[in-house]
Design a protein around this ligand. Structure first.
Ligand SMILES: Nc1ncnc2c1ncn2[C@@H]1O[C@H](COP(=O)(O)OP(=O)(O)OP(=O)(O)O)[C@@H](O)[C@H]1O
Ligand SMILES: [Mg+2]
Length: 479
């Protein structure tokens, strides 16, 4: 089929020359002298390739480029410019141009570039060109049935004041869901205040939540308002509620029951009008059995539960998530990239213990580290093998090792694909433990392997072999 090339340049002479040259090579040519003309053609779905000038009477072509790439990611754009500065080239590349050519140019050379660009387009397996603008506004990405359940619950809860408990593993989007509930709900014009129970020293939690009076304890040099009052009229997001100390749990329960609270060191009851959303990655029923969480508080909070699915339960959402993170990088001024089908398939085979956050980080690394536009399976393979995500994404400080092991083993057993791992759990687990263990003791020994081997109680040759096998970086640091 004859390919169509759109030429956008305000210079009549250049339009004419290109028109003749490209027609001679059996291409259809459409020409326009303005950015708006170009935009209309692209928007209407015309063209297999664009050749455009930077300076046009109505708009700078480079400003238009990201928008073109956004609505038609697979449409290659060749940028030509008489402003031959480094910045023009850099800008053109960063915004997703296939090639940048300085004017004046050699027609023969341009012909080669055109062929390459169309060739590349043929090779692109990822041919979907649907408009991602629709999704851009949505805070949560994914159309899997697991996510549809979440959306239905969120939609029903948005205009209520019901207390919601969001559960799910680390990186599944619990905070994002909480924000969506607030941002689209009736309290949206009031504050959304988040407090992370795992991040605040336990002796300060009550004063953080309820505020304190000047002089009520050492260090209380001023009155403080507390998050409840900051969130007045809006939403208070109690993140990592499973890590709340028991005294604070008791006080929180009272507030939820009575709708009022007192500041630390204060006497007057203050009425509170906040919607509570709580989240945790822990299994609270287990915490209750262990005596770590109050059962009555659990029932108060768990009025409506929302469970965020793990990414490995909704692998069909991976392509869309990748596309979304890529387009977000583009908006941040980073270069445009596309992942081919094999790369996407490889991502679908991964188990994603760090969930969406792990995927998001991976995409950011790829955008930052690789110069090619088309990302293939080799890149993914090497990025996934670099560091096992378990130790990169899990929060060891707030989890115990038994819990981590259970999650890890369950993930292997639940995964549909990686059947090779199923008969190899013992070694898999050992590998997961060895790496962080050796890294940590190596750090303690300041990179001295002999000292590290002595501390671990293993032979130093064994240690050296493990360091090599597990690809653990060793840096010697001075005392
Ligand atoms: N469905 C989604 N669509 C787009 N981005 C998502 C989605 N889910 C999660 N993310 C992104 O992944 C990252 C982790 O999400 P979030 O912080 O909400 O997870 P979390 O469940 O609160 O994790 P943690 O338990 O570690 O606090 C964020 O950068 C978030 O924007
Ligand atoms: Mg969170």
């Amino acid at each position: 089929m004859t390919k169509t090339i759109i030429v956008a340049d305000d210079d009549n002479a250049i339009r004419k020359v290109l028109n003749q040259a490209l027609a001679r090579d059996n291409y259809n040519v459409m020409t326009t002298g303005t950015a708006s003309g170009l935009w209309t053609l692209v928007n209407e779905g015309h063209g297999d390739l664009v050749i455009m000038d930077v300076v046009m009477p109505d708009e700078n072509g480079l400003d238009l480029l990201p928008q073109i790439k956004k609505i038609r990611p697979n449409l290659e754009v060749i940028v030509m410019s008489a402003q031959n500065t480094l910045m023009t080239a850099v800008n053109a590349t960063q915004r997703g141009a296939f090639e940048y050519i300085p004017k004046p140019f050699d027609l023969f050379e341009l012909g080669n570039i055109v062929n390459r660009a169309l060739q590349q387009k043929n090779n692109q397996t990822n041919k979907r060109e649907d408009n991602i603008n629709d999704d851009e506004q949505l805070p949560l990405i994914g159309r899997s049935s697991a996510m549809q359940d979440v959306y239905r619950s969120l939609a029903r809860l948005m205009n209520t004041d019901l207390t919601v408990l969001i559960t799910g593993n680390s990186g599944t989007g619990k905070e994002l869901a909480a924000r969506a509930l607030h941002d689209y709900g009736k309290r949206k014009n009031f504050p959304f205040v988040a407090i992370n129970m795992a991040a605040i020293p336990r002796e300060l939690i009550e004063s953080e939540l309820f505020g304190h009076e000047k002089g009520s304890f050492t260090g209380a040099t001023n009155n403080s308002k507390g998050r409840f009052r900051q969130a007045e009229g809006g939403t208070l997001f109690l993140d990592e509620i499973g890590d709340m100390p028991s005294e604070a749990q008791t006080r929180l329960l009272r507030v939820l029951q009575e709708g009022e609270f007192t500041t630390v060191g204060g006497n007057n009851a203050i009425r509170s009008d906040v919607r509570i959303i709580a989240a945790t990655h822990r299994d609270l029923t287990q915490s209750i059995r262990q005596g770590l969480f109050r059962e009555d508080l659990y029932y108060r909070l768990n009025v409506v539960p929302i469970r965020m699915p793990a990414l490995n339960e909704r692998k069909e959402d991976i392509p869309e998530l990748v596309k979304y993170f890529l387009s977000r990088s583009l908006e941040e001024g980073l270069p445009w990239k596309i992942l081919d089908d094999a790369a996407i398939d490889r991502l679908k085979k991964h188990n994603w213990p760090g969930n969406v956050r792990e995927l998001e980080n991976l995409v950011s690394r790829i955008v930052a580290l690789y110069s090619q536009d088309n990302i293939g399976i080799e890149v993914i393979e090497s990025e996934l093998s670099e560091l096992n995500p378990i130790d990169r994404n899990q929060n060891f400080t707030s989890s115990n090792i038994t819990e981590l092991l259970e999650t890890f083993v369950n993930d292997i057993l639940n995964s549909q694909k990686d059947s090779s791992k199923k008969g190899n759990i013992y070694n898999q687990v050992l590998k997961e433990i060895e790496r962080p263990l050796i890294s940590h003791v190596l750090n303690i020994s300041r990179g001295n392997q002999l000292k590290c081997a002595n501390l671990l109680g293993v032979n130093r040759n064994t240690l050296r072999k493990k360091i090599h096998e597990l690809n653990i970086p060793v840096t010697r640091t001075p005392k």
